[in-house]
Design a protein around this ligand. Sequence first.
Ligand SMILES: Cc1ncc(COP(=O)(O)O)c(C=O)c1O
Length: 370
Amino acid sequence: MFENFTVPKELIPSDPRFGVGPSLIAMEHFKTLAETGSKLMGTSHRKSAVKNLVKEVQNGFRQYFNLPEDYQVVLGNGGATFLWDMMALGMVEKNSAHFVCGEFSDKWFRAHKKVPWIKAQEYKVDFGKGINPESKSDADMICTTLNETSTGVQISKLCEVNDKTILAVDATSGAGQIACDVSKTDMFYFSPQKVFAGEGGLFFAFMSPKAIERTEKIAADKSRYIPVVMEWKLAIDNSKENQTYNTPGITGLYLVNEQLKAMNKLGFAKVEKEAKRKADMIYSWAEKKDYLSPFIEQNEFRSQAVATINLDEKFSADDLIKKLRDLKVVYDIDSYRKLGKNQFRISLFHNVTYENLEKLTKIISLAIES
Ligand SMILES: Cc1ncc(COP(=O)(O)O)c(C=O)c1O
């Protein structure tokens, strides 16, 4: 459909990466990583060079999120997917309530549902709609996703929970640029390859004293089998020593630290304001064009981190996405594969600039209109 389309020179973005994960990593961070030479890469994570790096990342998160003093910044290998099982086995007592509005919140639910002694309940809306978490009297863990990367839904409100309930938030693609009062949560966790432009494979979790206490209570129940690699005590104790239980990828830690330093210079308020400016621009463009429409109709749930934009069935989003990739001007704006929509899914993450997003909108408009 778009075989003969070409992109005028003045519209070519300075970076073609618009994907929602892994996301655009700043090129200068690769250069400075290379300059660390033999100081970091290939050295032990039990020695000071790597431990200092981990400490800097932990303190960087404390500063950026203004974390309460008594919260622990816990990290480890395996990413958010690994944490779903680790929480199911070592943090849920009997009953978790899941607020589901896309593939990732659904996967989290399914991970808990597999555990024979957990009664996992799903509160689900059609994909494209939003749902805020609610307190449920029979649940000892409330599970919500700050930003549903598959559909482009962000939650607009947290719920209050009592002192026996853990409020757990998967913040993977929203942490850093979607407002969330971490002090109201017990387990705020994410993989860092989105807004924080790191690499896949790591997890970070900000844990309240209540969440830590829960893991201790469950660990004391010796009848429950928990694989060693998923023992919370090991993750927490190692994190206190600025280490991970098993060997981490140092590149990922380095990249997160550089990104965090840059974002801490701005502070959360400025980063969030820029995210909102980009989101406003993208959604108002989609509303203006009669061949486009925002997938998320409810304004309060429209993500300021991942924008999903439907395209009129007369045109093929896949064909245009392929053409733009072949031209090497725009990568990875495909809709989430399982949604099967004629749709663009566009990263609004911190490193994707307003100017490049504006160029992207002009490229898509030009391709459709010409
Ligand atoms: C909201 C959300 N949760 C969880 C995950 C899984 O993260 P990982 O692949 O690092 O385990 C993703 C990945 O894109 C995500 O977007």
